[in-house]
Write a protein that binds this ligand. Structure first.
Ligand SMILES: Cc1cc2nc3c(=O)[nH]c(=O)nc-3n(C[C@H](O)[C@H](O)[C@H](O)COP(=O)(O)O)c2cc1C
Length: 328
């Protein structure tokens, strides 16, 4: 008897756990943690890794800050063993500066270097960086070329883009093929326009179209709120998905998306909050108290903290009080 074309049970394969290559980088799952400025710190990255994130990113890092040895910027390059694989995301507008900064990222342990061409914030765009690069496709491609040449074949360069600057301009779709031709090993698309900021729904018809047009993996970001959304994106051609706002205050969303895991019980969720908070305070010292404030209401909304505890944590003046409230 000849072997059947498809192995028995092949249709039971788990698409989100299919290996994925991004250039030379081999990943074993397709659910990533999106880069989020002010959020994706080492403690946050460790937290989502515990629930199965297959690739995590740094916050976006100023290439100029790295280039000019700004001490605060260089702190963003710190990355422990337990967080890998890690993408370092850079923003900037100058190819030489980005190339030099990318080499520093690789020396600091980057498994992947991502160039931000998606940030819609005025302060960033007015320097010609972030989504502003979508209006200058040749410049954008030149940046990718310079970075890819500088860091060599061992570490992939990727780009994160928006669908465009404003509705109907299709700048993302027009720029992406040039980026791939210039050496981008994958393109991540957040299909909202820069003008939309974070409002409205992500238009994943753009993701679908890009996935058909490009011969490099297309990573989808936007509105991934559960397993069904992630599977639908893979079904429509995306190579991987990123979780962002929906995982804030709910790091266990990664396990749900990846494996359909049920939400951990209340004790486990509280243990994770305590572990995350302890990590932040250890890494950031007194600055961690302010940093953590953006998480307490999110942990309350996800049902881990009750209202009085969340409020007390919001008002906690220092790390000693935070630690006492959480029993750290
Ligand atoms: C607070 C915050 C900070 C963000 N910072 C970055 C960033 O530094 N770099 C980046 O490429 N995208 C950034 N993003 C965009 C996310 O990576 C993601 O593409 C976007 O939120 C869409 O996904 P969502 O609809 O699931 O939130 C940020 C988003 C948020 C909410």
């Amino acid at each position: 008897m000849t072997a059947p074309d498809s192995a028995p049970g092949e249709d039971l394969r788990e698409p989100l756990r299919e290996p994925l290559r991004i250039g030379p980088l081999e990943l074993d799952r397709r659910v990533f943690m999106a880069p989020m400025a002010g959020i994706s710190t080492p403690a946050f990255r460790r937290s989502v890794r515990r629930f199965g994130a297959g690739l995590v990113y740094t916050e976006m890092i100023s290439a100029y800050g790295v280039y000019y040895d700004n001490r605060r910027t260089l702190d963003y390059l710190a990355c422990g063993e337990e967080q890998h694989p890690v993408g370092f995301q850079l923003f900037g507008a100058d190819a030489d500066v980005l190339a030099e900064a990318a080499m520093r990222c690789v020396r600091a342990g980057a498994d992947l270097v991502d160039i931000n061409m998606a940030c819609p914030v005025r302060k960033v765009m007015k320097t010609g960086a972030g989504a502003a690069l979508l209006a200058k496709p040749e410049r954008a491609a030149g940046i990718v070329r310079a970075v890819a040449e500088a860091i060599g074949p061992g570490v992939p360069v990727t780009v994160k883009i928006r669908s465009g600057l404003r509705a109907g301009d299709e700048a993302g779709r027009r720029t992406a093929p040039l980026l791939a031709a210039a050496g981008a090993a994958a393109v991540c698309i957040h299909p909202r326009t820069a003008a939309q900021l974070y409002r409205g729904r992500a238009d994943h018809a753009v993701t679908r179209a890009l996935a058909q047009e490009l011969d490099v993996p297309v990573i989808a970001s936007g509105d991934v709120d559960g397993r069904a959304a992630a599977l639908a994106l893979l079904e429509s051609g995306a190579a991987a998905v990123m979780l962002a706002r929906h995982a804030l205050g709910r790091p266990w969303l990664f396990a749900e998306v990846l494996d359909g895991a049920p939400e951990p019980d209340a004790a486990e969720r509280l243990a994770e909050v305590r572990r995350f908070a302890a990590d932040v305070l250890r890494d950031m010292g007194p600055r961690g108290v302010g940093h953590l404030r953006q998480f307490w209401q999110r942990f309350r909304r996800s049902g881990v903290l009750d209202r009085p505890l969340a409020q007390a944590l919001m008002q906690a003046p220092d790390a000693v009080v935070v630690a006492a409230l959480l029993g750290l």
